[in-house]
Design a protein. Structure first.
Length: 96
């Protein structure tokens, strides 16, 4: 647990961005023993992309599938909303 002295960022890199990168990357590195399937879609664990034995292929595929499902669900809700709206218009116009 040796502490290294702070290092200034390279020229042209904002110190805030430099620190944010090291903080986030450090979090990913520290989760090496915690890789497990993501159960909370709102907070996906990117450490699975680094530490999984398949180099994140499965994690990326699962994310794509979840996003595709959310898009399908959103489209179904939108279409259902249009159907309800259409029926209300028909009722108001008496063209039912």
């Amino acid at each position: 647990d040796e502490e290294l002295p702070p290092v200034l960022p390279p020229t042209g890199i904002d110190i805030g961005q430099w620190e944010a990168f090291y903080f986030e990357f450090g979090e990913l590195l520290s989760n090496v023993c915690c890789v497990q399937p993501c159960v909370n879609e709102a907070k996906e664990d990117d450490s699975a992309l680094l530490w999984s034995t398949d180099r994140g292929v499965t994690e990326l595929q699962q994310r794509r599938e979840r996003r595709a499902q959310r898009a399908t669900d959103a489209l179904a809700v939108a279409e259902a909303g249009y159907e309800v709206l259409d029926s209300k218009v028909d009722e108001n116009l008496g063209t039912d």
